[in-house]
Structures are given as structure tokens and as C-alpha cells.
Design a binder for this molecule. Structure first.
Ligand code: IPE
Ligand code: IPE
Ligand code: MG
Length: 259
């Protein structure tokens, strides 16, 4: 059943406090949501698509710069073939049905992940979505599809090794910054906040490199139940946190300076 757009009930962005530039979401719990209703897992994935639309609307409302969604992990290939096929068909549907609307709303789509193992047709669709929206200046929606954090880092290492073998770089040139520049989307800022729904508290190979200082928010609700208000709750939680990045934090630094 389609739900109402809740954006009109959200606080204005100015009332939240410090906002994250980049929010990344591990959309988990589709299968359990369906099972709780006596439905096949695929129905949970389908209902999850509406939650994606709500997340995009909320990110837009709050003026978040980048929203990354974890749609299919490199480990999700180990699921039954029928479920993998269904997840691929949903991605196809998403591009076919939603991309024009996103384009009209000035959303820029990026795909992160490996293209290996994907059919030519799906690669062509993903490339189409990226190209169509590449000049848009609103929200960046990064879709992590066939994505694995370890694979991403290994691919970067491989590219740097090739450059070293060619003599284009020396081993001592390899720094965290240089590695960062060889990841799938080097131009995007690191996620400030990672939300995981479905009550599991792990990263499951998501943005391992980029999450070094991300604030983690774990939500008990299953992904198909996620809505604009869930997004707002996560933002309010984020705004209350003090990020220290290994330092003393603002309050403590002030106290030390006063001494
Ligand atoms: C998340 O929901 C969607 C994907 C991994 C593609 P799950 O399918 O993992 O749902 P649960 O965790 O089994 O409930
Ligand atoms: C993470 O969820 C992957 C996506 C949301 C796409 P999983 O359900 O695959 O993670 P695990 O297996 O519980 O760690
Ligand atoms: Mg899961």
C-alpha cells in the first residue's frame, strides 16, 4: 500500500543541528520483514524499493549532499539464484522507472561496485543512468551494487601496483590519500554517518576504507519500514554526537587551552 509522503511533517534542516554531508545506508531486514508477514522474501525486497524512495526524499529535504545505499554486496551472490535474479530485476526496474523522475529532481546518480560478473545489459543501464544525470547539481545518490569494501581496496592496490611496475610511481608514493584516489568514487566525501536497519550491528564489507570515522546509527526497524521520520531520528542522533577524529574534541581542547 503506498504511504503518504511524510516530508511535510519533517523539521526544517535548520532545526536539526550539525548535518552530515554524506549519509550511507545498509538497507537490511527485507527478508525478515516479509517472513514476519508470511510472505516470500522477494516481497520484502519489493517493499524495500519504496523505502529507498522515502530515503531519497528525506535526504533531499534535509539538503544532504550524498546518499549512498547498499543494494547488493559481493557476498550476496551466495544467496539462492532466484533471489539474486529478483534483486537484479529490481535494480533494472529502478533504473527504468525511477531514473527520469530522479533526473527531473536534479539527482546525480553514481554506481559504486565491481562491474565484473554483471551482464552487458545491466552495465549498459547503469552507465545510462550515470551519464543521463552526470551534470545534475542536487543530491548525489550513490548506489553500491555488486559492492565489497575489501574488493574495492584490493582493486586500488592492483592499480597502484601496475603503476609501480610501469615506473610511474615509487612505493614510497603510496599514502592513504593516494589509495583513496583509486577507490570507486574518489570525488565523494567519506560518509559522516552510516545507518544500518534490521538490528544487526556490523558493516558487512560496506565502505571499509571510507568509514574510518563515520558515526554508526543502528535502527531496529526492518528496511521496508524505514521512512522519512526514521531518517530524521538518525540525523538528530548524529547531531548530538561529538566527533573527535582522534583529537580531544572542541570542549576538551578549550579546557586544555584555558589551563
Ligand atoms: C537486505 O535485506 C537486502 C539485501 C541484502 C539485498 P536482507 O535480504 O538481507 O533481509 P534479511 O536480513 O534476510 O532480513
Ligand atoms: C548487507 O546485508 C548487504 C546489503 C544490505 C546489500 P546482508 O544481509 O547481506 O548482511 P549480513 O549477511 O547479515 O552480514
Ligand atoms: Mg540481511
Amino acid at each position: 500500500m503506498p504511504r503518504r509522503d511524510l516530508t511535510e511533517h519533517l523539521l526544517p534542516a535548520s532545526a536539526i543541528g550539525t548535518l552530515p554531508r554524506h549519509v550511507a545506508i545498509i538497507m537490511d531486514g527485507n527478508g525478515r520483514w516479509a517472513r514476519a508477514r508470511g510472505m516470500p522474501r522477494s516481497m520484502g525486497h519489493r517493499a524495500g524499493m519504496d523505502a529507498v524512495r522515502r530515503a531519497v526524499r528525506a535526504a533531499d529535504h534535509f539538503g544532504v549532499e550524498v546518499l549512498t545505499i547498499y543494494s547488493f554486496s559481493s557476498e550476496n551472490w551466495s544467496r539462492p539464484r532466484s533471489e539474486v535474479d529478483y534483486l537484479f530485476s529490481l535494480l533494472r526496474q529502478f533504473v527504468e522507472r525511477d531514473v527520469m523522475d530522479l533526473h527531473r529532481r536534479n539527482v546525480r546518480i553514481r554506481i559504486i561496485g565491481s562491474r565484473e560478473g554483471l551482464g552487458e545489459d545491466i552495465v549498459a543501464l547503469l552507465t545510462y543512468a550515470e551519464r543521463l544525470t552526470s551534470d545534475n547539481t542536487g543530491l548525489t545518490l550513490a548506489v553500491a551494487f555488486n559492492y565489497g569494501g575489501r574488493q574495492e581496496i584490493a582493486e586500488a592496490a592492483r592499480k597502484l601496483a601496475e603503476q609501480a611496475v610501469r615506473g610511474d610511481i615509487a612505493p614510497q608514493d603510496i599514502t592513504p590519500e593516494l589509495i583513496g584516489r583509486h577507490l570507486y568514487a574518489p570525488d565523494l566525501p567519506d560518509p559522516d554517518m552510516i545507518i544500518r536497519t534490521g538490528d544487526e550491528k556490523r558493516l558487512s564489507n560496506f565502505l571499509l576504507w571510507q568509514s574510518a570515522y563515520a558515526e554508526m546509527v543502528f535502527l531496529p526497524e526492518y528496511w521496508p519500514d524505514f521512512d522519512e521520520l526514521s531518517f530524521q531520528r538518525a540525523l538528530l542522533d548524529f547531531a548530538r554526537r561529538e566527533r573527535r577524529f582522534g583529537g580531544l574534541g572542541e570542549r576538551r581542547t578549550r579546557k586544555v587551552a584555558e589551563r
